[in-house]
Design a protein around this ligand. Structure first.
Ligand code: HEM
Length: 525
């Protein structure tokens, strides 16, 4: 043991522990002290470095979707969309050639709960993909469910605040949730899915994925169509009842992360077939909903799911923090041939992602290996915390970090195909869309459920609404009735049967919880 803890010249083997300056660590058990009982000395660099790095090991968790798991894999293109060549609709290179593989990183997540929370809670699941294409990265930041709660991004912070724990008690509260939801009728479709077994996927491998929004595809001529993306798990779909989820949660609250990791370790690689639905890029007045409304499905019967490729996950991250925690996805990350639509929610999201990532991960988050494209980056952006790219590439004069330049700076790229140039005209105003139709599809979804799914939906809504005040219950009965008369009737009956409107606030609890009160009482007897 080297008493002085100074760097030594003793031979190092490849597994020698060093500090971050490369100094071999000769004593990792004892801090430096005056005598062996202390006090400790302050110049003990190794200790100060070790503890101060530990003090900073966490970065802020994602403001939503904090709990997640990730995996590497690839996307393999079919070169077609249904039985047509895909080039008819998009010039995006990753889709063109049959058998072409593009590396992918996927991150799945729950939404509301904190980074160490159970993975069996009722919540949508995130389904975020980063395609490392030859044209740079494409992120598709979707969910398992195909619709969303709201259609205006201004409401997102309120939606999330209502679902997150009460700022006083730090406990999720069904009354806060339904206080908000009962005044946001556009959420009824999503709520109908969320409180059914579709709100608790059994794990990440057995769930669907969806881009939710309408995006645009642009072809060589600059012509656009609207598309929606979907992923169908080849493993099948499995959802849980509330009771099953609680049983599993009592034994294992990491069930989805563990399932994904172990499946990949044993070579049972999860696969999803990727589909698109296509609609012409118009307002479609013949529909009773707006094609850009993210609270709506495009029914398969009307807009068939057309296969375009498959997604395979075949490699676990080597380091959870470096790859999964620091992964940063955003809806603005598109490549040539893929574009936004005018969906307001989508456009609001596009600001939010890179904004939060500059705060959560840091200014240069795009230099991290998990986020950097797998093609050379040549940019005039310099500096910022933790800038480490020293080599600017052989094509750039390192003195020239501006454009235009005739002394060796970077040059603009040539446009790949004809640009898509939509024409937009209108009054600037704050106004909801015309065809809100908040209840039609929610009712249809209710009717299309299997009996056990409907039973679960009613049970979960009743259990969550029971402790809420009467006005909120009444509003929810009204909204469910507007979706489907039977839906409203069954909710009203359920609430009347066990109406807890007179219950006091102490009975409130997380969404969907079953008889936890009585279970606790029994345990106490
Ligand atoms: C994560 C904002 C709607 C899917 C996030 C994050 C923010 C955010 C700030 C954290 C990102 C990070 O820290 O890296 C918003 C806003 C929305 C919205 C403002 C609406 C206005 C949606 C919708 C979907 C969605 C509609 C699904 C289609 C996701 C997913 C993640 C995420 C999957 C996790 C990404 C990951 O795994 O890192 N969102 N979101 N979000 N959001 Fe949204």
């Amino acid at each position: 043991m080297n008493e002085s803890h100074e760097p030594t010249s003793q031979p190092e083997s490849t597994d020698t522990l060093t500090n971050r300056q490369g100094h071999p660590v000769t004593d990792n058990q004892n801090v430096r002290t005056v005598g062996n009982r202390g006090p400790t000395t302050l110049e003990n660099y190794d200790f100060l470095e070790k503890i101060s790095h530990f003090d900073r090991e966490r970065i802020p968790e994602r403001v939503v979707h904090a709990r997640g798991a990730g995996a590497h894999g690839y996307f393999e293109a079919y070169g077609t969309v249904g039985d047509e060549p895909i080039s008819k609709y998009t010039r995006a290179k990753l889709f063109q050639e049959k058998g072409k593989r593009t590396p992918v990183f996927a991150r799945f997540s729950t939404v509301t709960h904190a980074s160490g929370s159970p993975e069996t809670l009722r919540d949508p699941r995130g389904f975020a993909l980063k395609f490392y294409t030859e044209d740079g990265n494409w992120d598709l930041v979707g969910n398992n469910l195909k619709v969303f709660f709201i259609r205006d991004p201004l409401k997102f912070p309120d939606l999330i605040h209502a679902f997150k724990p009460d700022p006083v008690t730090n406990v999720q509260d069904g009354e806060r949730i339904f206080d908000f939801i009962s005044q946001s009728p556009e959420a009824m479709h999503m709520i109908t899915f969320l409180f059914s077994p579709w709100g608790i996927p059994a794990n990440y491998r057995h769930m669907q994925g969806s881009g939710v929004h309408a995006y645009r595809w642009v072809n060589e001529e600059g012509k656009a169509v609207l598309v929606k993306y979907h992923f169908e798990p080849k493993q099948g779909i499995k959802n849980l009842t509330q009771q099953e989820a609680e049983y599993i949660q009592g034994k294992n609250f990491n069930v989805a992360t563990q399932d994904l990791y172990e499946a990949i370790e044993r070579g049972d690689y999860p696969e999803w077939e990727m589909y698109v639905q296509i609609m012409s890029d118009e307002e479609h007045p013949e529909l009773d909903f707006d094609p850009l409304d993210p609270t709506k499905l495009w029914y398969k019967e009307d807009y068939p799911w057309l296969p375009v490729g498959k997604l395979v996950l075949n490699r676990n991250p080597a380091d959870y923090f470096a790859e999964v925690e620091q992964a940063a996805f955003g809806t603005g990350v598109l490549v040539d041939g893929l574009d936004f639509s005018d969906d307001k929610l989508l456009q609001g999201r596009t600001f939010s992602y890179s904004d939060t990532q500059r705060y959560r991960v840091g200014t240069n988050y795009l230099q991290l290996p998990i986020n950097a494209p797998k093609k050379p980056v040549a940019t005039n952006q310099r500096g910022g915390q933790m800038e480490y790219r020293v080599d600017k590439g052989e094509h750039q004069n390192p003195h020239v970090n501006y454009e235009p330049s005739i002394i060796g700076g970077l040059k603009e790229a040539t446009q790949a195909g004809k640009p898509h140039t939509p024409y937009v005209q209108g009054e600037v105003k704050r106004e909801a869309i015309d065809r809100t139709n908040n209840f039609g599809q929610a009712g249809e979804t209710y009717r299309r459920f299997h009996d056990w799914e409907r039973d679960e939906l009613i049970r979960n809504l009743v259990n969550t609404l029971k402790p809420c005040r009467k006005e909120i219950q009444e509003r929810m009965i009204e909204l469910c009735t507007a979706c489907d008369a039977d839906y409203g009737k069954r909710l009203a009956e359920g609430l009347r049967a066990g109406n807890g409107a007179e219950m006091d606030d102490t009975h409130r609890g997380p969404i969907g919880s079953t008889e936890s009160e009585s279970a606790v009482r029994q345990a106490e007897q």
